[in-house]
Design a protein around this ligand. Structure first.
Ligand code: NAP
Length: 277
């Protein structure tokens, strides 16, 4: 499995599994669990979830999918901004641990910036880390200016990641945020790497992929996987599609192919406000 190195030196899979909307529909639940388990078998052992997803239902589904296999998994979950006070963060984490049926979360993220000062959330994350309830902490959806503010706060400079919307059609972070994170060796977790399946139907990407004998999903993921410091977390609730997406790990793109994708999906030419879904 290709890995990405966290700032502390730990290696995590570069290809993980997203879980937004998993557990929401009883009709698809069994297949979603089977897809997550197949992912574990294939080495996609990083699982991304959040207290927000289905009001905790996704975390419960993850507990079921990882039952008996906890030590194989690098578990990522997130605290909602309105819970991210000193006491609220700890309480939210305890609830997530219960739903996840585990004693620790490997990486715990602030889901996006709310009204609680960073200093308060960081204090809670540091306390959770000291107590062994989380191993690493990080942030999500923080823009360039937010990251600089966070950096000045106790614990802010030791975040393990910034999880961001990043795919061929959402390249704004390449202007300033991604280079800034790179300088500090903080990997990005690219969420919605398939643009919530819209990229799979993109005619230009489909034509590009067809010529190379891949599927559009594989091309979209291979483009992100061409980076050494980007973790992709596509959500896939069907085993057949998961196998297809997994194939992206074996389809590295050449420099001319990457240049062609730059022409089809141009990088930013100036600063853009951070996009999020
Ligand atoms: P995504 O991974 O870009 O796309 C997921 C959609 O694509 C699902 O509808 C899935 O359907 C479909 N899909 C997957 N593989 C496919 C394939 N080979 N062919 C056709 N369709 C395919 O979008 P996402 O779920 O928004 O993002 C991924 C994960 O990132 C989330 O699940 C979540 O864990 C995380 N996330 C974080 C934030 C944040 O604010 N931090 C925001 C959004 C997402 P099936 O499941 O039916 O296969």
């Amino acid at each position: 499995m290709k890995t990405v190195t966290l700032p502390c030196g730990e290696h995590v899979p570069a290809f993980g599994q997203g879980t937004w909307y998993m557990g929401d529909d009883r009709a698809t639940r069994t297949e979603e669990i089977a897809a997550l388990r197949l992912g574990l078998d294939l080495g996609l052992t990083l699982i991304d979830t959040a207290e927000m997803y289905g009001d905790g239902r996704a975390e419960q589904l993850v507990a079921e999918a990882t039952a008996g296999r906890r030590d194989e998994v690098f578990l990522v979950s997130k605290v909602l901004p309105n819970h991210a006070t000193r006491r609220g963060t700890v309480a939210a984490c305890e609830k997530s641990l219960k739903r996840l049926k585990t004693d620790r979360i490997d990486l715990y993220l602030l889901h996006w910036r709310g009204n609680v000062p960073f200093a308060e959330t960081m204090e809670a994350l540091l306390a959770l880390q000291s107590a062994g309830k989380i191993r690493h902490y990080g942030v999500s959806n923080l823009d360039f200016a937010d990251m600089q503010e966070l950096w000045a706060v106790a614990g802010g400079a030791t975040v393990a990641t910034n999880q961001l919307l990043y795919n061929l059609t959402r390249r704004g972070i390449e202007w300033d945020l991604l280079p800034w994170l790179r300088e500090r060796r903080i990997p990005v977790m690219a969420y919605s790497p398939l643009e919530q399946a819209r990229l799979v139907k993109n005619p230009q990407l489909a034509a590009f992929a067809r010529r190379l004998g891949m599927t559009p999903a594989q091309a979209a993921l291979a483009w992100l996987l061409a980076n050494d410091d980007v973790i992709v977390i596509p959500k896939c609730g069907r085993r057949e599609r998961l196998q297809e997406n997994f194939g992206a790990l074996h389809r590295s793109l050449t420099a001319p192919q990457l240049a062609e994708l730059d022409r089809l999906f141009p990088p930013p030419t100036g600063p853009r406000p951070l996009e999020m879904l």
